[in-house]
Ligand binder design. Sequence first.
Ligand SMILES: NC(=O)c1ccc[n+]([C@@H]2O[C@H](COP(=O)([O-])OP(=O)(O)OC[C@H]3O[C@@H](n4cnc5c(N)ncnc54)[C@H](O)[C@@H]3O)[C@@H](O)[C@H]2O)c1
Length: 336
Amino acid sequence: MKAAVVGAGYWGPNLIRSLVSQRSLEGVVVCDKDPKRLELIKTRFPSVDVSTDLDHVLSDRAVEAVLIATPISTHGPLGKRALQAKKHVFIEKPLAGSKAEAEMLVELAERNDRVLMVGHTFEYSPPVQKTRAVIEAGDLGKIYFISMMRVNLGLHQRDMSVIWDLAPHDFSILFYWLRETPEMISAFGRDCVQKNIPDVAFINVRFPSGVIANLEVAWLAPSKLRRTAIVGEKKMLVYDDTENIEKVKIYDQGVNFKDPESFGEFQLSYRTGDIVSPRISSAEPLMNEMEHFLDCIRTGKTPSSDGRSGLRVVEALEAAETALKTGNPVHLSPKS
Ligand SMILES: NC(=O)c1ccc[n+]([C@@H]2O[C@H](COP(=O)([O-])OP(=O)(O)OC[C@H]3O[C@@H](n4cnc5c(N)ncnc54)[C@H](O)[C@@H]3O)[C@@H](O)[C@H]2O)c1
């Protein structure tokens, strides 16, 4: 089997790098409409074939897998062409630029019996996987709330807001951890640099279980922050993806509330115990993700981040964007 990567701009070369090291592939073809990008790719990865003609790539029967890393507005149309050509398809996050397009892709993949996977890279990241294991082992107790920051200076996009660029990561991580989707989303934002393209957004999310979450996403910030704090009934966890080694720390901290026996008795006691940083594999998320995609094609397994998972995230993004534009919260029907 050969794999084709469509789109070799900023992110595409990372997919190409992961694929050229996959021994199970016979070859990698790279397609970009810009011949200059292809020249650079050929210099960096001499073993790949390149083409500006997507029809030509899709007509190659040896190409069974197509990976799309083009701008979001093209995900729907290009994904549709690849699925109609009976290819297995991986689409970078978010799956599509609208709920309607995401539904169309899911339906087409199911009808054609093809693998459809979305690039929710963080679901393949060892610290994110470890955090889910900690939550599911009950170590944190009942989760009260989660606060997430994903901010840095740039890269400003021309055709979408910061919500569509950065929040897919946080929504996919939240849904992966909690195994539920929101019942309500509200958002505030501002277009500070380019008119009508919000570059900062504060998104509030409420889940059916009662967990609430806040996502702060921005292309305007003095330093790069990728920090999530989970506050539970028993313990608290901080996942900081900018840390080199100790990306996850579990704090044995909390507040105990005692029913007062007498009037005036102090009712709260604060607990500050150990801080533990669990051992976490150093495997590269993108490599895990590519191996998983190829494995699903070979075995017929459903990917962890399948089309439906992509659709759930797109629904949340659309709701957050609507809430930001209208100033009103959006109510959703939660899905498990
Ligand atoms: N998983 C991650 O962590 C991560 C990180 C960054 C970007 N991304 C995603 O990757 C995708 C691409 O983002 P980017 O920053 O690399 O964009 P980019 O603009 O840098 O690159 C896009 C490339 O696609 C090419 N292209 C556009 N339309 C095409 C078409 N019809 N046929 C062939 N080539 C076409 C362009 O010429 C360009 O080279 C986006 O969906 C983005 O959200 C994912």
